[in-house]
Design a protein around this ligand. Structure first.
Ligand code: DQA
Length: 145
């Protein structure tokens, strides 16, 4: 089996394209994942989206001890700001996680300035729209070298 990157998208992100486009842009989640796959042709990109905290945690556990997994690109959506359970899952696993946001969370409401997951991640990318995902995959490739 080849090496792969696991992308995880959390709550409400399946609505990209029609969800608050002034903040999140007009690209759909399929557009974003498709363009990442095109860009990193030689690397398998696995993707899951869920609105459920537990499903996100199960996916982190599933790939987080797999030596074929280069790392995880995680947009935890609003769970970023609330979920100690996802923060704990990131701390528990062995593979690196890059936190991603389409919007610049530090330029938004104060409640979004706090990330419960950031300290347990290898790093964070926030504010580059759909491009944030490709930057995160590139970061994982470089980080793993
Ligand atoms: C988000 C930012 C979060 O604050 C928000 O709850 C989201 C999307 C982003 O990608 O900009 O759902 O993670």
């Amino acid at each position: 089996m080849g090496r792969y990157v696991q992308i995880i998208n959390g709550p409400n992100l399946q609505l990209l394209g029609r969800r608050e486009p002034a903040i999140y842009g007009t690209a759909t989640l399929d557009d974003i994942i498709g363009s990442v796959r095109e860009r990193f042709g030689s690397i398998e990109i696995r993707h899951m989206q869920s609105n459920c905290e537990g499903a996100i945690i199960d996916t982190l556990h599933g790939c987080g001890f797999d030596s074929d997994c280069m790392g995880v690109v995680l947009n935890a959506g609003a769970y970023t700001h609330t979920s100690l359970a996802i923060a704990d899952a990131i701390a528990a696993i062995e593979r690196p996680v890059v936190e991603v946001h389409l919007s610049n969370i530090f330029a938004r409401e104060e409640i979004r300035h706090r990330s419960l997951i950031a300290a347990n991640c290898a790093g964070s990318i926030s504010g580059f729209g759909a491009e944030s995902y490709a930057l995160a995959v590139q970061a994982l490739i470089d980080y793993g070298r």
